[in-house]
Design a protein around this ligand. Sequence first.
Ligand code: B1M
Length: 221
Amino acid sequence: MAVPDRIKQDLSQALITGKADTAEAVTLEALKAGVDPLEIIETVMVPSLTEVGNRFQSFQIFLPELMMAGNAAKQASGHLEAALEKRGGKREPMGVAVLGTVQGDIHDIGKNILATMLKSHGFSVVDLGRNVAPSAFMSAAEENHADIIGMSSLMTTTRPAQRSTVNLLKEVGVRNRYRIIVGGGSANQKWADEIGADAYAPDAAAAVDWCKRLIDMPSPE
Ligand code: B1M
């Protein structure tokens, strides 16, 4: 079921103005009514938070408001992740994905959504959290015999950490053991190509599709 206009409006308003309790209540109401959690994420949460980001960038709001919006989004996304997990059901085991937000970056709402979706599609996910150093991605991949390393980055200032991780894997000689996917607002296809990642995905659904394909892809080196 698509998101009804009234719910769209109320949730968007609650996220933009950082009203966590309202955002949570409207999200629960939507889920109870049978609205698809992914629809809520892509058609309400992402555009509303993009609007928050634009207001922050143009000095219409400041850090406290940005933080309130972030809290409201976290409160709502917890329920959305639970609904995504429930919807997933039991799947064939797909492979192991090590996932994290790169060093210096603490934005994790999108990464958490991706982790949930990968799990619900049968991936075993090792979620390293946020502010993850290149060496931590590498160690976790080695220890968990990962198939895929996924790096999220939302800032132009932290994006270079994706490159550093790819370079570290190359230097140590283990790059060809893993397929690498990058995403988050600061990444794009051109960047992925430039740093030698295997894939870029603009949203969590596309990232899951990519991960399924990457599992069967031959080594790049
Ligand atoms: Co900040 N922030 N923030 N922030 N924040 C941005 C990213 C910013 C673009 C806002 C802006 O100015 N327009 C800007 C970065 C500018 C730049 O690029 N240089 C910014 C800034 C500057 C900052 C601070 C530096 C502010 C300050 O302190 N002065 C600070 C940074 C702290 C740090 O990281 N060291 C900061 C802090 C915060 C909060 C803590 C308040 C909060 C984050 C809360 C949290 O994550 N726990 C926050 C928020 C909420 C945002 C915005 C408004 C929303 C981000 C979000 O959650 N979106 C953001 C504006 C924007 O994005 N336009 C902004 C919703 C989420 C579902 O989408 O994460 O993009 P997203 O994930 C999507 C896709 O990108 C994709 O799938 C998801 C679902 O479709 N995806 C992947 C994500 N990861 C993927 C990985 C993949 C594939 C797909 O493969 C591995």
